[in-house]
Design a protein around this ligand. Structure first.
Ligand SMILES: *Cc1c(COP(=O)(O)O)cnc(C)c1O
Length: 370
């Protein structure tokens, strides 16, 4: 009888971490200071230092809020257009709509799955105010080209780093290229909390100042509303968890890369399978290991029989989601995104996935094509 292979599971990959995390929870409970205290401040400092010298990180409620607040901090709102990849998760597009701006979808590169400067340039209009590259599945976008484009057209750059904690472009970590960057600490992300969490990262003091106020009702001093803000704070318990996990992020990512290498090795030249490609100068931290085949649905069913769970990122592209009909798109508008929605399948890949489990996945895929 074969064991089940979950698509994702929390495993005690670095021995002892689970106890450290439980201890941190108890300590936070005993300390009794739950909002914007020492843990948040220390995590912000440590996360910023991990990313780049001179960066500022500010904890917020989740990755979605980090996007919204970054856009607001840069003055993106009604009348602005924002370039976003046509194949991202809905959160990216929702954030643009949330601030009153118009998301303009751009087809990504056929190999890296990431937005390119060449495609983005074709979509630029006088009302284009920002570009929102998503380091999708964990692979860094080609930031040099995107930054040059942004400079040429005077666009703000907001990086969506929700899937790419620790990924690099030319050895520089994502989240440190643009005017602002949004991170999510949703539990299953490469750096995940035990609940919701997020951060805005920036080198711009004005952006940092805005975020610091906006996340806490616009207060600079207690009870003085400097601007109309919201409540979107990272809480102390999550910050305490994240401080521990941050210490192991490089090790977690290295394990993801090792597991990816095994898949890439063992699944090459099989049937019509298309394996993920890492672009030159970009690193990939494999938040998602996405393969593509025109037999996707049959393969997913075949894997499910012995209990191997997979996922689809994402089954319906943004422009065909029921919620976005008002944007006026139709089938055929973004053929690349549409094809990927029909062919993409994500295999189990996470720190703690055992050799036996991975072997089971590989063999099941091989058998499917025999
Ligand atoms: C997870 C994710 C988000 C949103 O993060 P939350 O913390 O769940 O709000 C945004 N963009 C992308 C690409 C994501 O994967």
């Amino acid at each position: 009888m074969q064991e089940q292979v979950p698509f994702f599971a929390f495993r005690n990959f670095v021995p002892g971490v689970q106890q450290q995390l439980e201890q941190a929870l108890v300590q936070a409970a005993q300390r009794g200071n739950f909002i914007l205290g020492e843990e948040v401040q220390l995590f912000e400092q440590e996360f910023a230092a991990y990313l780049a010298e001179g960066a500022t990180a500010l904890g917020v409620g989740n990755g979605y809020d980090a996007l919204v607040i970054s856009l607001k901090a840069l003055g993106i709102g009604a009348g602005s257009e924002v370039l976003v990849p046509s194949n991202s998760y809905m959160a990216t597009v929702n954030a643009v709509l949330h601030v009153g701006a118009r998301p303009v979808l751009v087809e990504p590169d056929a190999h890296s799955y990431n937005i390119t400067a060449a495609n983005a340039e074709n979509a630029i209009k006088p009302s284009t105010k920002a570009i929102l590259p998503v380091h999708l599945y964990g692979q860094a976008c080609h930031m040099n080209e995107l930054l040059q484009l942004a400079q040429k057209y005077n666009l703000s750059v907001i990086e969506d780093c929700a899937q790419a904690h620790g990924a690099t472009y030319n050895s520089q970590k994502v989240g440190t290229f643009g005017d602002a960057a949004a991170f999510s600490f949703y539990p299953t992300k490469n750096l995940g909390a035990m609940g919701d969490g997020g951060a805005v990262v920036t080198h711009n003091a004005m952006v940092a100042d805005y975020v610091k106020q906006y996340r806490n009702y616009g207060q600079k001093q207690k009870y003085i509303g400097q601007l109309v803000g919201v409540n979107s704070r990272l809480d102390e318990i999550q910050a305490a968890i994240l401080r521990i996990k941050l210490q192991h992020l490089e090790q977690y990512n290295a394990e993801r890369q090792r597991l990816a290498k095994v898949y890439l090795q063992e699944l090459q030249n099989i049937g019509d399978l298309i394996l993920p490609v890492t672009a030159q100068d970009c690193s990939h931290v494999y938040h998602i290991f996405n393969i593509r085949t025109k037999y996707r649905d049959a393969l997913q069913t075949h894997l499910k029989e012995p209990g191997i769970s997979t996922a689809i990122h994402y089954p319906v592209p943004v422009h065909l989601q029921p919620a976005y009909t008002f944007l006026g798109h139709k089938t055929g508008d973004f053929p690349v995104a549409e094809e990927w929605a029909q062919t993409s399948l994500s295999l189990p890949l996470y720190p703690g996935l055992t050799e036996a489990e991975q072997e089971q996945v590989i063999q099941a895929v091989q058998v499917f094509y025999k």
